[in-house]
Design a protein around this ligand. Structure first.
Ligand SMILES: N[C@@H](CCC(=O)N[C@@H](CS)C(=O)NCC(=O)O)C(=O)O
Length: 226
């Protein structure tokens, strides 16, 4: 299998966590933001990564979007499962996956890029990195005001997680796609010292989930402890 990705994207991390959890061998092709369109649009008709090319008999040629990739992987290799057996629990897990994708993944992007352009500049002050950060901020309209609103959404998500994650799972009594999505899409906050200091349990859990899924933590993860 080949995963077309941005190495730093938390949505691509979500797909890698699922592949790693199921221990499915795969390779990655790292794309350059902006130029990626020429590779992914002809394949998927979309402009976003991750895109998975299963390259297997009796499989679709292209699976785009992290949620669709997990749906495909679940059918391709059901064990170990990311979906839950109980219908109601499974509906709730998919609802939470969607909530983390649509609301919290985008909010984390706002908070993270606002940090990287300000207090977090020293993580990589290179001209190249700062240019990518400036392009992302302009593309998504990230500024102090929009990042503040995003931070409120993150606070609500963390309050919800604090009820479930301190000693259990988001749905039912085992790990599911909901926990995986939360870990992937909140992982950029691990580089931000205020979050690391205020919510150590959250980052312990995100670390555990990465171990469970055989996926390294984000680059510069230790910067959050400074
Ligand atoms: N709902 C999509 C979101 C993916 C997404 O937002 N990917 C970003 C990278 S983090 C992207 O490809 N952005 C490029 C663009 O929008 O041009 C998923 O879950 O796969």
């Amino acid at each position: 299998m080949l995963l077309l990705q941005f190495s730093t994207s938390h949505y691509c991390r979500k797909a890698r966590l699922a592949l790693g959890y199921k221990q499915i061998p795969y390779q990655v092709e790292n794309l350059t933001p902006g130029l990626h369109i020429f590779r992914v649009k002809p394949l998927s008709g979309k402009k976003t990564v991750p895109v998975l090319l299963p390259q297997q008999k009796n499989c679709p040629a292209v699976v785009a979007d992290s949620t669709e990739i997990i749906r495909f992987l679940e059918a391709y290799q059901p064990n170990p499962p990311l979906y839950l057996e109980d219908d109601l629990q499974q509906q709730e897990a998919l609802r939470l996956e969607d909530y983390f994708d649509e609301s919290i993944g985008t909010a984390a992007r706002f908070v993270y890029y606002q940090f990287r352009a300000n207090d977090g500049k020293q993580i990589d002050p290179s001209w190249m990195s700062q240019m990518v950060i400036a392009i992302v901020r302009s593309q998504y309209g990230i500024n102090a005001d929009s990042a503040k609103l995003a931070a409120q959404r993150i606070d609500e998500a963390i309050a919800m997680l604090s009820k479930f994650w301190q000693d259990g799972y988001l749905v039912g009594d085992r790990f599911s796609v909901a926990d995986l999505a939360a870990a992937a899409l909140l992982s950029p906050l691990g580089l931000i010292p205020t979050y690391r200091r205020d919510y150590p349990w959250l980052f312990e859990r995100i670390t555990e989930i990465h171990q469970l899924c055989h996926e390294p933590l984000p680059k510069n993860w230790e910067a959050g402890l400074k």
